[in-house]
Design a protein around this ligand. Structure first.
Ligand code: MBD
Ligand code: FE
Length: 306
């Protein structure tokens, strides 16, 4: 079939069959996606078996909770970010902390505290490296923002996230920190390890067929929000990771790889009750003011809650 014939066929299937008011946006999107799919089937001469294997793949990806992982690994989530950056640049919004993808592993409802939180339960102190991370949340004029909300989450030394990994306590390595009167936050945790896709899962199986790996460099996720400001979704990377610029989810960005300092000053160790050197990261967040005429940075997507 020609593409024009396919366009006609799809309109016949989807538009001409409507007997009640269609939602125009849904109709336009379905017609477009279905037409593009049919054209791809025609151009690539997909066999019925290939088409059904594809549908079964999507079904299995959903049934095993890997759709979010697939979206990250195919670059769809990064593409959404590139478009959000473009929309902001067009609206004259520039200069804040770079955004990068949320990923599929946020859990709402983490314990909240002001100024400081400890994220880890101490179970990995012996095998891992203690991390202190701190900084200030600023507005676009460089004024500190007291009362800003810093939501932080990261993986353990196995690369696993609490909630999804039921061997970890509830909200392990997840906290909400409200900045203090000077706009500052600090947390203590463990330097996380990188992540690898479940080796037998749908996402990794497709990556294998594409000759790609499913690894993420070690990273820490953040939502940073304050009234009147655009919500920032971002991550920082742990410098030195072998996958730093080879992330299967394409989330590494200039400006999100702060220096990591190793502290061995005995007085500082003593103050923290530590017997060995620890890692320290200073990182400030800069939020952009909310602006009319551009969609809010907050994204409505299904998130786990505990
Ligand atoms: C992660 O930890 C993550 O952040 C993303 C985007 C995908 C898989 C695991
Ligand atoms: Fe992650």
């Amino acid at each position: 079939m020609t593409h024009a014939e396919i366009d006609k066929l799809v309109r016949g299937f989807i538009v001409d069959t409507a007997t009640a008011d269609a939602n125009p946006r849904v109709q336009e999107v379905v017609v477009r996606l279905l037409s593009d799919l049919f054209k791809a089937i025609e151009d690539l001469d997909l066999s019925p078996t290939e088409i059904w294997k594809g549908l079964e793949y999507i079904a299995e990806s959903g049934a095993t909770q890997e759709i979010g992982l697939l979206a990250a690994g195919l670059g769809l989530e990064r593409f959404i970010d590139i478009r959000a950056d473009e929309a902001e640049a067009k609206a004259g919004i520039t200069g804040g902390t770079p955004r990068t993808i949320e990923g599929p592993l946020y859990v709402a409802g983490a314990p909240e505290s002001v100024g400081y939180a400890r994220l880890d339960d101490g179970s990995e102190v012996d095998q891992g490296e203690v991390l202190l991370m701190q900084g200030t949340v600023y507005d676009s004029h460089g004024t500190p923002l007291p009362g800003a909300k810093v939501e932080v989450w990261h993986a353990n030394l196995m690369g696993n996230y609490s909630f999804f990994d039921k061997t970890q306590p509830d909200f392990h390595l997840r906290r909400t920190i409200i900045t203090d009167a000077d706009g500052r936050y600090q947390f203590r945790s463990i330097v996380p390890a990188g992540y690898g896709c479940p080796p037998n899962g749908t996402t990794q199986r497709l990556l294998d067929l594409l000759g790609r790996h499913g690894r993420r460099p070690a990273h820490i996720h953040f939502f940073v929000s304050a009234p009147g400001h655009r919500k920032l979704t971002t991550q920082i990377n742990i410098d030195g990771d072998e996958y730093l610029w080879d992330d299967f989810a394409f989330a590494s960005r200039e400006g999100l790889v702060p220096p990591i300092e190793r502290v061995s000053d005995p007085k500082k160790l003593e103050g923290l009750g530590l017997q060995k050197p620890y890692a320290s990261i200073d990182f400030d967040f800069r939020l952009n003011a909310e602006k009319a005429g551009i969609p809010p940075a907050e994204v409505d997507r299904h998130r786990a809650a505990a």
